[in-house]
Design a protein around this ligand. Structure first.
Ligand code: 9MJ
Length: 689
């Protein structure tokens, strides 16, 4: 379907053509990003084109049609949802537990079809655990979207479903059916779910127990603008009605057609013959369940030929032609035996639930996070309570619910500590922040250990052979306090430690040696500055080019970096103004940690070609800052004075360099003059930009 079909011919051809091109570009970008997972446009380009289209539509309101990409969040909040009758009931599925029941299902189907079970083609696909919805398209345009409801009557959530970028507003391609009713599941991926709940915990809004509840809850928002902010995806798994009738097609063929029309369909679907192959697939999918990035609760086994599906029909509320292989639940009930408090790298004090061990989807769980004091209050949880634990993918096991009816009489309240359980420093809770932090900083061995683990990690300096246990020993023995101390370790000392032979000690010393050569991005990341992840570190490295420039940057300059907002900028600014952090950085450089510095091309500077020398002690700014500001203006900063030196800055107790400057007649500035000159030159520079 072409995006220009619906544009009114009363408008000038050039306007229609521009609108058509923008709509197609935006629809294609959406499809590539949300359906094919192969983004082509940057977010900025997408936003720019969307704004262009919005402006064009504002000038020519006749361009606005319901399937324009500008119309996803168009509807105002509603007072409630009206009913939609499903033209074809939305049925539930029967269950098959284990291989024997798959064989029994296949035999039943084969008997009815008077065929041999091993000759029957089944399509098998993951069973998504989200909220089932049904979408109706007429002449390629989305007409309505509904929840499953009781299977016969659902709720009209069209306005909310339109906000999902994986729901096509207009079907794609040239083979658009006159009528299409597509069914599928709206899901939330683990990553999006974790982010949504993390934000909810910070802002005291609704925390969801699992992605299914989050998806269902997000779809039932009265304000579509809220749904639009939720990371939802629609995955199609059935064409309930299609006109013209596709004739003697198969389910797998229809799924391929739905993909062509613009829907996400399962990349895991397989057509298999006989129950043995089907059961093998289900077992193998179960093994990979944690790798998919979203919840599935089983596999759906369908007779592949639609003609045979029709022949088999339904029993009660479920089709005879399909069944669900169910995986073990991802939630289990156990007892909260105790709560311990862990101190993280940034001092965050996290309550950790110690549980009576329980097997959750095949993995024994004995710990779960309780996040923070607010979460304990929200859950109203006490030691001794019966709790529901959820484990999904790589997400840390969570306590999602408490069974208050089963609270024992001797249940104990959880008391959040006032003092750090590791170093005894005060535990502080900053106004407006949910996280409580140990005020000990790097005095706290727990924070020191975590900082060192982070520093040595694979994505930071990648120090092979420096594991958690060794770090614990080094800190406990007071041999290592800061990351710089790591570079003073030698074989003689290391081999005195338990489990460290000469060879492993030598390997570690070699690994430390290799780690000395790194990149600026890794180094920034390794410093473990709050909220500075790998991507931010890389952005900072690319933007500033040198560590000195980054260290000297003011809050405003930091906020000029992609993805750095006021909070991260403040963390960076504070970090680099702590004397102990600067000392550690200097000690690391002195220990030989190095990287290639890149001058950031900023065009010609007013001090281009000049060489400056800083000497003596500066009071109001550090030498690094002075150097970075000079470099930003184009100057070179050297260590010795010559005839070619443009200017010498002499701080307190300047010695031989100052003398030499005077002898050679080189201009000399004291600190106050230097700062005035910098300010003046920077202001001139800004004016000339
Ligand atoms: C889920 N939940 O993933 C069906 N389903 O087909 C898949 N559900 C289904 N198919 C017919 N993949 C009725 C239900």
């Amino acid at each position: 379907m072409s995006q220009s079909d619906s544009l009114p011919s009363s408008l000038p051809a050039s306007v229609r053509e521009t609108a058509r091109a923008l709509r197609t570009a935006l629809d294609d970008a959406n499809h590539r990003y949300y359906v094919l997972d192969e983004p082509t446009l940057t977010d900025a380009d997408y936003d720019r084109q969307l704004r262009q289209l919005q402006n064009l539509e504002a000038e020519h309101p006749a361009l606005v049609t319901p399937d324009s990409p500008t119309q996803r969040v168009g509807a105002p909040p509603s007072a409630g949802f009206s009913d939609i009758q499903h033209a074809v009931p939305m049925l539930s599925l029967g269950n098959a537990f284990g291989r024997d029941e798959v064989f029994a299902f296949a035999e039943r189907v084969a008997d009815r079809l008077e065929s041999a079970a091993d000759d029957l083609a089944f399509s098998v696909e993951p069973k998504l655990d989200g909220a089932a919805v049904s979408l109706v398209y007429e002449h390629g345009r989305l007409i309505s979207g509904a929840t499953r409801g009781d299977g016969r009557t659902g709720e009209d959530i069209t306005a909310n479903l339109r906000t999902l970028r994986s729901v096509p507003l207009a079907l794609r391609g040239n083979d658009v059916p006159r009528l299409l009713e597509v069914r599928g599941e709206v899901i939330m991926r683990h990553a999006g779910f974790a982010q949504l709940n993390a934000r909810a915990r910070e802002t005291d809004s609704k925390v969801f127990a699992n992605p299914r509840n989050a998806a269902a809850g997000s779809l039932r928002q009265l304000d579509p603008a809220v749904t639009a902010t939720r990371p939802l995806e629609f995955h199609a798994y059935q064409a309930a009605r299609i006109e013209p009738d596709p004739g003697d097609a198969t389910h797998s063929e229809l799924m391929a057609r739905l993909a062509g029309l613009g829907f996400i369909t399962s990349g895991e679907l397989q057509v298999l013959y006989g129950p043995g192959a089907v059961a093998d697939y289900c077992e193998a999918l179960g093994e990979r369940r944690d790798e998919l990035g979203f919840d599935i609760d089983g596999a759906v086994i369908k007779v592949n030929h639609l003609r045979r599906q029709r022949e088999l029909g339904f029993v009660a509320r479920a089709p005879r032609w399909a069944t669900a292989w169910k995986f073990p639940a991802q939630e289990e009930i156990t007892r909260l035996e105790d709560v311990e408090f862990q101190v993280g790298r940034t001092g965050a004090v996290t309550p950790v639930a110690r549980l009576a061990p329980v097997s959750v989807a095949g993995v024994t769980v004995s710990n779960a996070t309780l996040h923070n004091a607010d979460e304990i209050a929200r859950l109203d949880v006490r030691i001794g309570d019966s709790v529901a634990i959820r484990r999904a993918g790589e997400v840390i096991p969570q306590v999602v619910r408490v069974n208050h009816d089963r609270r024992p009489d001797d249940a104990r309240e959880i008391v959040f500590p006032d003092c750090c359980p590791v170093c005894g420093s005060d535990v502080e809770r900053v106004e407006g922040e949910v996280v409580a932090r140990c005020a000990g900083g790097l005095y706290c061995p727990a924070q020191r250990k975590e900082a060192l683990k982070h520093f040595a990690g694979r994505r930071a300096l990648d120090i092979d052979g420096l594991g958690d246990k060794l770090i614990t020993q080094l800190v406990d023995n007071q041999r290592v306090e800061t990351p710089a101390d790591l570079f003073t370790l030698d074989v003689a000392y290391l081999q005195t430690l338990p489990r460290m032979a000469e060879k492993s000690s030598r390997n570690l010393v070699n690994a430390l040696d290799s780690a000395r050569s790194t990149t600026l991005a890794r180094f920034i990341y390794a410093l473990g500055i709050r909220e500075v992840g790998e991507a931010t570190a890389a952005g900072l490295a690319a933007h500033f080019g040198t560590l000195d420039a980054l260290q000297a940057a003011e809050q405003e300059a930091l906020e000029g970096v992609n993805d750095v907002g006021p909070v991260v900028a403040a963390h960076l600014h504070t970090f680099f103004r702590q004397p102990h952090n600067r000392q550690t950085i200097e000690a690391l450089r002195a220990a030989g940690v190095h990287w290639e510095e890149q001058a950031v091309a900023t065009g010609p500077g007013p001090l281009d070609g000049q060489t400056w020398v800083l000497t003596g002690t500066l009071e109001t700014l550090t030498r690094d800052e002075g150097k970075a500001r000079l470099q930003a203006l184009g100057a070179r900063v050297a260590g010795s004075v010559s005839k070619k030196t443009a200017c010498v800055v002499a701080g307190e107790a300047a010695g031989s360099k100052l003398e030499k400057a005077r002898t050679l007649g080189v201009e000399v500035l004291d600190e106050a003059e230097f700062i005035a000159r910098l300010d003046e030159t920077e202001a001139d520079d800004r004016r000339s930009e």
